[in-house]
Design a protein around this ligand. Sequence first.
Ligand code: EPZ
Length: 422
Amino acid sequence: MDSICVTGGAALAGEIPIAGAKNACLTLMPATLLTDDPLTLTNAPRLSDIRTMTLLLQSLGAEVSALQEGRVLALSSHALDSHRAEYDIVRKMRASILVLGPLLARHGEAEVSLPGGCAIGARPVDLHLKGLEQLGAVLELKDGYVHATAKGGLRGGRVSFPFVSVGATENVLMAATLAKGTTVIENAAREPEIVDLARCLRAMGAAIEGEGSDTITVEGVDALHGATHQVVTDRIELGTYMLAPAITGGTVECLGGRMELVESFAEKLDEAGISVEETARGLKVSRKNGRIRAVDVETAPFPGFPTDLQAQMMALLCTAEGESHLHETIFENRFMHAPELMRMGAEIDVSGGTATVRGVDRLKGAPVMATDLRASVSLILAGLAAEGDTLVNRVYHLDRGYERVEEKLSACGATIERVSGS
Ligand code: EPZ
């Protein structure tokens, strides 16, 4: 397993290109199952999760080609020969559940392994299943698989989520495009990735209104056709790299970044003493002056503070002046980066869903363990400003969501290298 070694101390300066959104691409790719025509995705990120979704779709008989060094994905499901998503792929990536809605809508049948939990929580899929049942699906759970059928096809319905779920909104939205009649999704997720999916589905001929608000209305159509769609910029990669100059005290321009993708996050950075300036090419981020100020953060569905940036924000607040409180409201176990940051000298108390961080002058490099995707990058960020070397182990977590992280950071003056493991 590879590790990444970071030697802290350099103030970063330069520019970092931001890739297409992993969490948009992972829902756009299954949309190919909704039509026999070709679907082309541009600005695709080159990540192991995308390769996993590629393998899953290919296991169903879909064709997926990575062109232009993986930046363009050419997909087609005209030769689909299976509707069964096997456990050994699904267990590697929870987003695999997103093939359920499209398979059901297009082929009237789907067998998808339940994804199981992950490091940050149990992460059930009950809202996905209930939502599809509202569209007429008949579901049976057997041997760890969801067996779903929709004889005569799905029908439009009213799906009202008790709380916001990004994935459940995506599954129901895709299924509703081919359901007979009108579907109204209430308490829908408002994330930019949902808006991006709706734009792609509309380009494929779907009739969708209200994406980005909490109510989405879909008029089912008989068939969808192919399209070419550019994947939206990754707001979580953007926020992550905005924190790099914030932590080291430098100035970095994040190319392709747009303020509307990270509004609430940028407000918190401003409160902490970080300046974020919109430029013609992206977002320029620098520390205003002196020490970071402590701030309180509460994660929430978009447009609130993203849970996927909570670990990275904690890394910044470890050396802030004063006491910060981070309240994680989305996942039940998303503080595993805290003990690792404490190995670097951070002072953190976790109680239930709240982490209290008392700022220290400087962190000290140490060997640390990555536990999940966002925790692993928060340890890299902490290492950028720590005294000495930080060795982050198990960076396969990192490669799921960050393309060439050591290249992007070393181009801005960081001392960071990948150490190949056994
Ligand atoms: C998506 O996961 C993202 N993943 C996550 O990013 C992100 O953290 C999350 O949305 C929240 O923004 C992808 O898009 C591939 P949810 P998802 O359904 O859809 C509970 C990353 O780091 N829930 O919005 O799985 C769930 O357990 C990843 O890139 C149910 O109880 O998240 C969680 O507590 C991590 N039943 C909360 O709702 C359900 O049926 C929100 O989950 C579905 C979800």
